[in-house]
Design a protein around this ligand. Sequence first.
Ligand code: GLC
Length: 564
Amino acid sequence: MPTRTREWWRDAIVYQIYVRSFADSNGDGRGDLAGVIDHLDHLQELGVDAIWLTPCYPSPQLDHGYDVADYFDIEPMYGDLATFDRLVTQSHARDIRVMMDVVPNHCSDRHAWFQAALDSPTGSRERARFFFRDGRGEHGELPPNNWRSVFGGAAWTRVSGQGGAPGQWYLHTFSPWQPDFDWECPDVGEMFSAMYRFWFDRGVDGFRVDAVTVVGKAPGLPDAPPVALGLPETHAWALNPHTVFWPSGHDAWRLLRKVMDDYELQNPGRVLTSVSEAYTPRRPDLLLQYVRPDEFHQSFGFDLLLSPWNAKMLRHAIGDEYDVLASAGASLTWTLNNHDTQRTVTRYGRADAALPESWTGNNLVYTNTPVDIEVGTTRARAMFLFAAGLPGSLYLFQGEELGLPEVLDISDDRRQDPIFERTNRKEIGRDGCRIPLPWSNDAATAFGFSPRSVEPWMPQPADWGRWALNVQHDDPASMFTLYRNAIAGRRVIDQSTPLEWIDTEADKFIAYRRGSLVVLMNLADEATEVPTASIANGEVIVLSSNAGHADPRVLPANTCVWMQ
Ligand code: GLC
């Protein structure tokens, strides 16, 4: 068992494992749980406090596990319950907590409940667990309303009725293989309560909770207001006020929080957490709703991830959420990368990365301007160091500690994200941040991803070995070394000290103080004189740039420094 029993999650470094792409132990070209166990030493060396596993439940994998067919078992491709138990034990032995991913908005269309619903009549209890509705039009041939799905196309699919005649429609906020649960039906809350207890009994320390903003639905499912023509498909859904942030969703979070609080009471020594995936662009007031004391313990502050490389905008992205959450006593949760977002190295390397207009407020929607990987890497290093000093917890996404770029040039026939086909190939989707990790520069083993020569489920670029862990491990200038040093360096921070902004009076800089630690970042593309003399004299603890720091009054281009 991990040794610390206080609320460990408040300032934890949590490492997100996209199981399918992390490490393949059996040579089938797909990552698995035994592969995670094999690399726990890496995570321990990196210094993480917890791991978050993306969904590893039985699933047809049409959205790589975010289409769950059974919430109480392990996907055979990834292992079995015994392997999962071993993973928990071995993680805990290293003082690493284990978080799972729960998908409460929808399941797979292969889930037993949905199959039963298809076999049951209109108005049945089986159908009440989902949103089955009659169609509009003379023969019910039109969807019940005009809602759009996140991955493109209508949010409704029609099923066959008795004797194969066209029947009712069901709602799917994401793809047609992901039917939405109706949380008004008590069966749903009961099932997820039982699921939480099932995994807590196996030693799980918490959940990352998927797609929470769309779980509520307005009674009667009214049409959404029309959206402007030409909006990306993956953005149109976000403007539907009859589901996005619909308040009834919060009833679900209160129910599940009660399950967690009760579990902690009955099991002294267990300290659990839940973190919500709620994108609340520039609405810290909405973010705050998810971390009310009887809802989630944490909720990602995604404005940081969404923000361009721009001092003023970053100050707002961080400062506005900090002000609202910290003053309410709520925990801050930062992240720069995840499995749905273009990687920082690529994002910050885009020609328009610093322009305010590059803000889209949506992690699925990016511009397509040229990318300079060197600039992007330098900025990604700085941004990580800047974020690592902030109060709160920080969630990392696998491979960011290696500085992996987004892989943009995947051939069409290899793309797997449903977004690609559902948008008629207009949007490339999220495959590029999910490329199997390079553990070694040995191309014959899929760069150490697999134990032997095998074609991994997603193609790796020919030069992937350049980013391999074994190449970076002992290199003082590598991304890996920076991550390890910064995570270790966090120990100098008294985590109870608040964030205090330092007014730099310059658009090029952003700076803050945490007790005796000063964190200063130069966002300009050239070395720039430190604006405030009082902070130029500190002792450098960590520097993001390899360009040296000979003159302490001048900070290299795109660089962050920790000083004391
Ligand atoms: C969340 C997940 C994403 C998934 C979607 C549907 O946004 O992070 O990967 O596709 O929900 O479950």
